[in-house]
Design a protein around this ligand. Structure first.
Ligand SMILES: [Zn+2]
Ligand SMILES: [Zn+2]
Length: 122
């Protein structure tokens, strides 16, 4: 796997983890009238009493509320990883950046890769 592929996979993984955490922490009763499904089946509700209010596309709840604020350290870490990869790659590719900065960006990206070995990205 190339460095760029590896970084892309890390970003995707963090985004997936964030999406899972967002869904898992949604309050069951949403202000719009939706009742969030708690069945652990992504395809179809297994009869938990979930319903959609009908005023927006399913899964796109406006102003969703959460049981637990999204402040866990893990979530912060995923967000920070995504932000760092995006920023450092821009730096690495920018023609305006000097050789020293480019080296620093590259070293930081390699550190991120070291923190996310391939086993974690499966
Ligand atoms: Zn709704
Ligand atoms: Zn359900």
């Amino acid at each position: 796997m190339s460095t760029q592929e590896h970084l892309e996979k890390i970003k995707t993984k963090c985004q997936q983890l964030l999406a899972i955490a967002n869904t898992a922490l949604l309050s069951r009763h949403q202000p719009c009238g939706c009742i969030v499904c708690i069945c652990e089946n992504e395809q179809q509700c297994q009869g938990c009493g979930a319903k959609t209010c009908g005023t927006h596309p399913v899964g796109a709840i406006p102003n969703p509320v959460y049981d637990t604020p999204l402040t866990s350290p893990a979530i912060a870490g995923w967000r920070a990883t995504i932000a760092a990869i995006t920023c450092l790659r821009d730096m690495e590719e920018s023609p305006l950046i000097g050789g020293v900065e480019r080296k620093v960006a590259k070293a930081a990206l390699l550190n991120i890769i070291a923190a996310w070995p391939e086993e974690l990205l499966k």
